[in-house]
Design a protein around this ligand. Structure first.
Ligand SMILES: *Cc1c(COP(=O)(O)O)cnc(C)c1O
Length: 469
């Protein structure tokens, strides 16, 4: 066995030191030598040549240097997938982000007067223009927006919410917990399925800080149900002089039914329906950065902006640049299907997706051999991120089933793993005995097909030799 020093001084070792540094290279060579020593001891094989050992160390260092936050193909059928980063940004927004990252920017500086400025001023006017709100502030995300609003308007007071709207969004965002952390006392009214105007009316006292409506983003209550409409609730709150907050969640800025989505109240409608404050996310239906937007009455926004918590929850220059560029695209709503990826994916017709599936099918079938049967299949995409939970967009994709054959040993789990192990991992889903790739969100068809050949080189997806029967 060569020593660490000998491998280090080989040609490959020198390249590794130059690229990854001395310490990391020594570590990598030590690991490689330990593995090889073990293989030599137990397997009785000869130690590989020095250059092969160095090459193995370089490969390990390269694997380690690859980003952890990897690009993936989202073929789950869920357009706004929270675990896969939600909205993909518009090119105009990406350019704005890069410029803001590379340069000093007038973040809190008024170039015209040379005076200090406000970071939210870069998007405030746009939000007002696009929603009809009197004023707005932005924070880290919508969870932060809700927390900040509750803390500002109802700390030490009561916040009234219907039992049908005590939402959990996923992660640790549960409305009762957020209320506690915001320092307000939750007052539940009504029942899970039915809440009446008199329930709210009877609960408002001198202790009430606000009345809240939360969009039941990720579930629907069906059957014997009744809820109080926003317009009615706003009248009840106004009559008793308490603020009415509507947490919209996904926050559409335009009517998305023209793209086949179920009707969702837009931010403008929610404000017109009497909400004093509306909160919504930037990276759901809006198609922008992770950000939370608080829009509404100027006097309340002023108080919210002054809350010291705002400083802890504020958005950075990059996301403000992304939001500004994204909002500007909404000034021309008729071109959003071209300019904004989220809308483009919603708008993509099923026939177009099915054509892509037909084009790709032969390449997948060739890569998988006889162990799997591949067909073009109808599927239904989801909006995702809790927006429009029961809404399905007719879509198409590729469906793979294990070919019934004696002793093949092929499994869908192994197939799903093989797709995830590709250089750009492909994320699909297993449903009803099939592995399904919904192609709605695939726009890099060439890149997808180019790596399919590598499926066979991966650990076996069949019991036999790599699925190649
Ligand atoms: C998604 C959502 C939130 C949380 O928003 P994030 O941007 O994920 O922080 C809060 N309320 C509702 C109703 C939501 O749908």
């Amino acid at each position: 066995m060569p020593s660490v020093d000998v491998v280090l001084r080989s040609a490959g070792g020198a390249v590794a030191v130059a690229q990854f540094g001395h310490g990391a290279t020594v570590q990598a060579i030590r690991s490689v030598l330990a593995c090889v020593r073990e293989a030599v001891r137990t397997g009785g094989v000869a130690a590989p040549p020095v250059e092969a050992l160095a090459a193995e160390a370089v490969a390990a260092l390269e694997r380690d240097a690859a980003p952890s936050l990897r690009r993936v193909f989202n073929l789950t059928g869920t357009v706004l997938h929270t675990n896969l980063g939600r909205a993909r940004l518009a090119e105009a927004a990406i350019e704005a982000a890069v410029a803001a990252m590379r340069n000093a920017v007038a973040l809190e500086y008024d170039v015209a007067t040379g005076q200090r400025g406000e970071r939210d001023d870069h998007v405030r006017g746009l939000i007002r223009e696009l929603t009809g709100a009197e004023d707005a502030v932005v924070v880290n995300n919508n969870a932060a927006a809700v927390l900040l609003v509750l803390n500002t308007l109802a700390a030490g007071k009561e916040a009234i919410v219907s039992r049908g709207e005590l939402i959990e969004i996923g992660g640790a965002f549960r409305l009762p917990d957020i209320m506690k952390r915001a320092g307000c006392t939750l007052v539940e009214v009504g029942t899970t399925n039915r809440t009446h105007p008199s329930d709210y009316d009877g609960a408002i006292t001198a202790e009430t800080g606000l009345v809240m409506k939360a969009h039941t983003s990720n579930y629907v209550i069906q059957g014997f149900t009744t809820a109080v409409a926003a317009t009615e609730l706003s009248k009840i709150a106004r009559a008793k002089n308490v603020a009415f907050v509507n947490d919209l969640g996904s926050g559409a800025l335009i009517d998305l039914t023209r793209y086949g989505l179920a009707p969702e109240p837009t931010v403008r409608e929610a404000l017109a329906d009497g909400a004093d404050i509306v909160t919504f996310s930037g990276d759901k239906l809006l198609g922008g950065p992770q950000i939370g937007i608080v829009a509404g009455r100027a006097d309340l926004i002023k108080r919210i902006a002054k809350n010291p918590m705002k400083r802890a929850l504020r958005a950075d220059k990059v996301r403000l640049a992304i939001l500004e560029a994204t909002l500007k695209l909404y000034r021309n709503p008729d071109t959003l299907a071209e300019t904004l990826p989220t809308i483009r994916m919603f708008a993509r017709p099923k026939a177009d997706i099915a054509d892509a599936a037909k084009r790709i099918l032969p390449a997948i079938a060739a890569a998988l051999g006889n162990d799997f049967t591949v067909t073009v299949a109808d599927c239904s995409s989801q909006v995702g991120s809790g927006a429009a939970p029961v809404d399905a967009l007719p879509s198409a994709g590729l469906s793979m089933a294990v070919t019934p054959r004696k002793g093949s040993g092929a499994s869908l789990e192994a197939l799903a793993t093989a797709f995830r192990n590709l250089p750009v991992p492909v994320i699909g889903r297993i449903n009803d005995g099939r592995f399904i790739l919904d192609l709605r969100c695939l726009d890099d068809e060439a890149g997808f097909v180019a790596q399919l050949g590598k499926l066979n080189a991966l650990p076996p997806i069949a019991g036999g030799a790599n699925g190649a029967a």
